[in-house]
Design a protein around this ligand. Sequence first.
Ligand code: HAM
Length: 408
Amino acid sequence: MTFRAPKGTDDILPPVSRTWRRLLLTWEDWAARYGYELVLTPLFEATEVFARGTGEGTEVVQKQMYTFEDKGGRSLTLRPEGTPSVVRAFLEAGADGILKAAYWGPMFRYERPQAGRRRQFYQIDVEYLGSREAAADAEVIELGYRYLIDASVPGLSVQINSIGDRECRPAYLEVLKEYLESRRDVLCDDSLLRLTTNPMRVLDCKICAPKLSDAPSPVDYLCDACTTHYGEVRSILRELGVPFEATPRLVRGLDYYERTAFEYVATDLKAAQNAVGGGGRYDGLAELLGGRPVPGVGFALGLDRIVLTLGDVEEPNPLDLYIIVTAGRRREALRFTSELRRSGIRADLDVESRSVKAQFRAADRRGAAGALVIGDEWSEGRVVAKDLASGHQEIIRIEEVEAWTRRL
Ligand code: HAM
């Protein structure tokens, strides 16, 4: 009997995993540059955290959660997203002031699997908690944009909108419902259901949206405070040099958003799933979780989708040095490789005692910059050093190896 990874999940192995690693290392750098700190929360939470946080009206909660009872009879859910968890952690810690959280990891949603839509998928996230200022929205949007550009996502477009807040949204929803009622005949079955539970989501329906181009937009019904906030977000983004498209019909799939909503779209990606990330402001989420009001804004980027946009480029896993071991010098080679590694050099060697020729071939395959042969010269304190790019070979003293390698 052979086992396969569960449907909708992936094993991410080399060489593909090299791209993932590069994306994560680049991410660590960008998050640190903007002052975000690591926050880790459990991969599962009490089901209520998502039922209340992500929202009963969302597809995620209604259809996609991996919910189970543990041996103590508690209802737990594998996290379908991280935002409610981080807000829960902030409230539980009795934290105050500002928290700029960055994290990444697997999320779980029971979806119909396809390219870019997985049951276990990976997100890169930030949450900026504790500020209502438009500058926080703009900073978050900028960070995602700069990172995705650095990650080389082709055809990137930043789409933003304001979907109003608790003050102005009810009036908009009335107008929208009235409009949708008048268009019942063109709505699909899902949209007919959403008409009562979550009418804004109808604007997001791939089947219905093209037929609803004259639907009222949330931006036309914003209260003064939301209008000012949205204007400021856009003007700061211009100041920061972040190109964006104001997209009046952009809505998001999660209930907690108010005011700013945005998506990063890889317009070159032919797949249906071309939203490589999305986020927005969620000033009411902490209260939904039973806490005191804590404003917040954040985003999540879909790593699986980012990798899809990059296509099939095979990335190297470059080594500085490949150590070639000759008969009788195995111990010396192991010890010397360990020393090199401790001094910060990326070095590897063959433990299989293969022929020197086979080891040179491995050095090339591994993309090493140089190769060292630990052979007869070792007893005189020397090694053969070969620059694998130029083919130039020389004998150098062991003490010179580090400096020689750094010149490669
Ligand atoms: P979301 O729009 O549900 O937002 O997901 C964000 C991104 O995760 C999507 O744009 C997509 O790239 C990726 N994604 C979602 N579902 C899947 C899937 N099944 N397979 C592959 N990729 C997927 C959130 O999750 C919010 N927590 C974002 C946020 C953070 N808002 C504020 N702070």
